[in-house]
Write a protein that binds this ligand. Structure first.
Ligand SMILES: C[S@@+](CC[C@H](N)C(=O)[O-])C[C@H]1O[C@@H](n2cnc3c(N)ncnc32)[C@H](O)[C@@H]1O
Length: 231
């Protein structure tokens, strides 16, 4: 499906301009000559300035989501949202980039979407008012807490399961006590500087990429000497 919709007829554009201008030439059709419904006629006419990769240029929103759905990865992303942390948007944007199965907001329903850059609209969003609700939803799928807490284990030497929920905390307290208890394991990203922690969005990118390296690229973890806690 993706190979059929090559971006042809793309306008020359100034380097600072995002996206592409109006489609030039004949509009894309199916094999039988009918207009291809995966393409958005308004975008074909006006140009496509959305924050999407080039293979999705001019596609309808629904067609993009359907294509992503067909190849989503087996990890979920969950973020605690008790204090309207502005970092959540960055976590959700990264979940889109790595094509997580879905993202989960734990706590308050309203979350700070600013950093998400509209990427949430291409994903599946679940809301769980409490940690127990997330646990009930997961129904045995491992909850992998990501935080540098006493007793946490190094992400770098942990064999992440294919199907899992990567759970992130918020600025300040990190994972709540309830969430720590609910998680099957808590993993920290090794740090080497003076700061106590990295930004939650940065931590999310590292953790999701660890999953991608393990399960998309088949890179087994190297169980070398490691520290036992995040302290
Ligand atoms: C600012 S940190 C939380 C506070 C941190 N536990 C502390 O002791 O200062 C916010 C979130 O970012 C993520 N995070 C930040 N640094 C991390 C690290 N080194 N390893 C794993 N997660 C980290 C975690 O999800 C954490 O809940």
């Amino acid at each position: 499906m993706a190979g059929r919709r090559r971006v042809r007829g793309v306008d020359e554009r100034a380097p600072e301009e995002v996206g592409v201008g109006p489609w030039t030439g004949a509009w894309p059709t199916l094999a039988d000559g009918r207009p291809d419904p995966a393409y958005d006629t308004e975008l074909l006419r006006e140009g496509d300035r959305r924050n999407v990769v080039d293979r999705y240029r001019y596609w309808t929103h629904e067609a993009i989501v359907a294509d992503l759905d067909a190849q989503r990865h087996d990890f979920h992303v969950a973020v605690e949202n008790w204090g309207h942390d502005f970092n959540i948007g960055s976590v959700i944007r990264t979940a889109n980039a790595f094509n997580a199965k879905a993202f989960h907001i734990i706590g308050k329903r309203r979350w700070n979407r600013r950093g998400a850059m509209v990427t949430d609209r291409y994903q599946h969003e679940h809301h769980h008012p409490t940690v127990d609700d997330l646990v009930a939803w997961a129904d045995g799928v491992p909850l992998i807490g990501i935080d540098n807490l006493p007793g946490s284990r190094p992400l770098e030497t942990y064999d992440l399961p294919r199907e899992c929920v990567l759970v992130f905390g918020q600025e300040g307290p990190g994972l709540s006590d309830d969430m720590r208890e609910a998680c099957d394991v808590v993993l920290h990203i090794e740090q080497f500087g003076s700061t106590r922690s990295i930004n939650a969005g940065a931590a999310a990118a590292v953790a999701m990429h660890a999953w991608v390296r393990r399960h998309v690229f088949g890179q087994a973890v190297d169980i070398g000497p490691s520290r036992s806690s995040g302290e």
